[in-house]
Design a protein around this ligand. Structure first.
Ligand code: SIN
Length: 308
């Protein structure tokens, strides 16, 4: 079965790809994604300068999910700009993710990365892990100002990665911002920020940065991810494609994202756990789910969640 999808005019050979952050920091990791069955190569969110990130331990996996406070460890945008021509040789889209530490950083990176010609640029407004820096996308006014400044600098399709919202009023406000800023696609959701996982054997958090607060991922966040995909799909009337991220561990999870309105899905926690072989398994499982239901394509399932 054909699992290819087109998002903002860009063709993806399959609907599964890595979530930014998972095995995508170094050139070797990005090349491994290129050689794998992943439907795209998504870079780690880059910053102006290279960063080592937050102190370790900063990632912890547990049954049902993970918590991380990586703190944007990355090689800096200049290194990724140099790598992009090589990465685009794999015959699958390259998504360059940018995450400024201030508004002007986004502008500098948008200009330079746009010149390197990735297939898409994703503006990450939702990293929860930089001490003292709130997630931009929780402020609609700041988000709109930033996106309106960045938009004219980007001539490839521009996506925005949002954090989860937990109230319909917040979905509605951000959907309007997205509409006004001519965003080409959405990536929903980043990790569920500022969770706390405790190790009761040691009476400590399981990660060191920010007193143990970090972004939650994996199966436990799937209902939050699905709700956000569904809410934005409905509010934007299916006009802005959505990449669903959060809780995709098996093919059935991808199917649920599709039903809620996603065009493609990204995997983070399970990619870290299983490595790049996970893409082949997920493809197989999704094809089985679609076949069981008599579906011939992804497109015919997209957004088709029924009401009870
Ligand atoms: C991190 O590097 O801390 C995670 C990045 C993100 O959540 O956007």
């Amino acid at each position: 079965m054909d699992l290819s999808v087109t998002i903002a005019g860009v063709k993806f050979p399959t609907c599964f790809m890595n979530a930014s952050g998972a095995l995508c920091v170094t050139r070797e990791e990005l090349l491994a994604l290129g050689r794998s069955r992943a439907g795209a190569i998504v870079t780690k969110s880059m910053t102006l300068e290279p960063r080592l990130g937050n102190p370790e331990p900063r990632y912890y996996g547990f049954p049902g999910g993970s918590i991380n406070s990586m703190g944007l460890p990355n090689l800096g945008y200049r290194a990724y700009a140099e790598m992009i021509p090589e990465l685009t040789q794999f015959g699958k889209p390259v998504i360059a993710s940018i995450a400024g530490l201030c508004e002007d950083d986004f502008l500098t990176m948008a200009r330079a990365i746009n010149q390197a010609r990735p297939d898409l640029i994703e503006v990450n407004l939702s990293c929860p892990n930089i001490p003292g820096k709130p997630q931009i996308a929780y402020d609609p006014v700041d988000s709109e100002r930033l996106l309106k400044r960045v938009r004219p600098l980007i001539t490839v399709p521009m996506g925005v990665k949002l954090p989860p919202y937990f109230d319909p009023a917040h979905h509605a406000v951000m959907a309007e911002v997205i509409r006004r800023c001519e965003v080409d696609y959405l990536n929903l959701i980043n990790s569920v920020g500022n969770g706390l996982v405790v190790d009761p054997k040691r009476d400590t958090p399981v990660i060191r940065p920010k007193g143990g607060f970090g972004g939650l991922g994996g199966s436990l966040i799937k209902p939050v991810a699905l709700a956000n995909v569904r809410a934005f799909w409905t509010l934007l009337e299916g006009r802005i494609p959505i990449i669903g991220t959060g809780g995709v561990v098996q093919g059935i999870d991808a199917y649920e994202h599709l039903l809620c309105g996603a065009s493609a899905v990204q995997v983070g926690t399970v990619l870290v756990e299983e490595g790049v072989g996970v893409f082949e398994r997920l493809e197989r499982e999704l094809v089985a789910e679609l076949s069981t239901r008599g579906a011939q394509s992804l497109q015919e399932c997209r957004g088709k969640l029924k009401e009870l």
